[in-house]
Structures are given as structure tokens and as C-alpha cells.
Design a protein around this ligand. Sequence first.
Ligand SMILES: O=P(O)(O)OC[C@@]1(O)O[C@H](CO)[C@@H](O)[C@@H]1O
Length: 323
Amino acid sequence: MILTVTPNPSVDRTVFLDRTVLGSVNRADHAQSEPSGKGVNVAIALHSQGRVVEAVVPVGGHVGAQLASMLEASGLPTSIVPISGELRSNISLTEPSGRVTKINEAGPRLSESECDALIDAITRRVPAATVVVTAGSLGAGTPVDLHARIARACGDLPVVLDSSGEPLRAGITAQPALIKPNVHELAELVGGELHTVGDVIDAAQQIRATGVGAVLASLGADGAVLVDADGALQAVADIDRVASTVGAGDALLAGFLCSDGDRIDRLVSAVRWGSAAVQTAGTLFDPDDFTGSVAAGAADPRRPLHDDELGPATRVRQPSTNN
Ligand SMILES: O=P(O)(O)OC[C@@]1(O)O[C@H](CO)[C@@H](O)[C@@H]1O
């Protein structure tokens, strides 16, 4: 069983509109809401493909109730940890070109006792798990080392960490088996700029030298690079359209975890799933809908990275009102 943990989940609201004009009234074409947060997205993708997976989420407030009922309706086995704060809603303003303006709320603070309750819920499920994924940001004021605590509580079980900023930096001290940064997160982690695949490999090796088992770097148009004890592999997709990149990294990680093949198969599966998500607006996607091709092989260090036109998500940090 794959166990995913999302300490700061959300209900994602995807709003489709012709064009986003800042400082103006924007009329939406249509909109949809989905249960979300990075670990939730990974779990839903794996569950949709018949994988045995469970999700652990803190839940509080009206948005929390909405998330819980959406997860129940999805059939995803979920452990809910009650918290006093209100969960967040993240908004994606999605244009037909695939350009997305994303607004992520900070999310609620988890108190020390709520962190302990979350870790208790995880350790109860650890005996049944083969791998634990702990993913996403942490609400404002939540102890920054929560991912690290979660990883340590999993004992010998392989832990996959997908986070950013300080929670990622603190999390890697627990030496997870795998991390899945995007190029911006990896650059921030090593404090440098990454212009080529070789820069990505060097950064990943720097992280591995601290005790992290492997790095799966998602590189947008440049696919993904896996750096592990056996060296560096790259897989790149050829696709004809971009509907939305939101959740593509989570889909990529789910595809990697879903494959039972060798490291090339896993990386190809990762890039197929990530690309299927890019071809679908919103966070729900079907890997079988992927149209395109994926090429994989030894990573070429000289290969330059594309500019990421869609750019990294913009985070709006604001105090949560309910805690
Ligand atoms: O604010 P975080 O926790 O870093 O990211 C949350 C989030 O942006 O990640 C998913 C895409 O990866 C979205 O569904 C969700 O809104």
C-alpha cells in the first residue's frame, strides 16, 4: 500500500476564462472544484489506476468538511485528523493557451498536538505501507520540520518527499529515499541557477551527498531527470498541446510510483503521467488519455533547459483567518 500524507491540503478551484486581466472583473466561462494538495493528487491518480493507496489529511472548518466529503465520494481510503484551523482553497485561473495564474493560500497552522496526531495517524498505517509520500507546503506557523518528523516516524520504510523552500530543506535532513523537486525548487535548495541538464545532475548529486537516496527532478518541457545510485537518466515527452501544468509534478510522481518496471520504465511512466496531466485542465486526469511520445535514455549534461514559460506557482502568503 502506498501511503500519502498532505499536511496542508486544499480544495482546488479551477476557473476557466478567456483571459486574466489583473485589477478588473474577469467573467469565468466555467469552474470546477477538486480535492487537492500534492499528496492528495498523487493518491487520487494512483487510486484511479487501481493502485492500493491511502491518504492522510488534516481536516478543519467548512473547507475541510468539503474536502472530506469530496474524498469520501472519490472512494479513496482516507485517514482524517481533525484540526481547529480552516483548510484552504487554492485558485487556478486557467486560460485556453494553457497559461495559469495560481493563487495558493497559506493554509492553517498545525499546533504541536495536531502535528503529533497527524504523525500518530501515519504510524498506525505504516505497518501496512510499502512507501510513504509526504508532500506539499506547510501552513503558516506549522513547525517547519514536520516533513522531517514524518519521515523519521516511518522508520525503515522508504519515504518520498515533495515539498519546497524551508520545509524541503528541513525535510532532506531525514534522508528520504527520493525527493521530487521541480527545477526552481532544486535551484533554491542548492542556492544556484540551473541552465543545463548537467547543472540539474550536479545539484541532484549535491543533495544525494547529504544522504538523500535519489532525486527525480521535474523539468517542465524538458521532461524529467532521475539521479540515483546508478547515474542519471532523462525522459522527455513530445506533446502537441498544454491545457494546464497544475498538478503535473504530482502526476509525474504518481506515474513513477505506479510502475513496477526498471528505472527507465518508471521514468517513462512518470513522464507519460505528467504529460497526460499537462494535456488535461484541473488536477484530475487519466494517463491513458496521453497523446504523444516519450523518449528516454542517458541524460545529456550539455543539453540546455528551456525557459519555463508558465513559470513557477506564485504563492500568496497571508495569515489564515481561523487559527
Ligand atoms: O501550496 P503547495 O502545498 O505547495 O501546493 C498546493 C498545490 O498548488 O499543489 C497542487 C499542484 O501540485 C495543487 O493541486 C495545489 O493547489
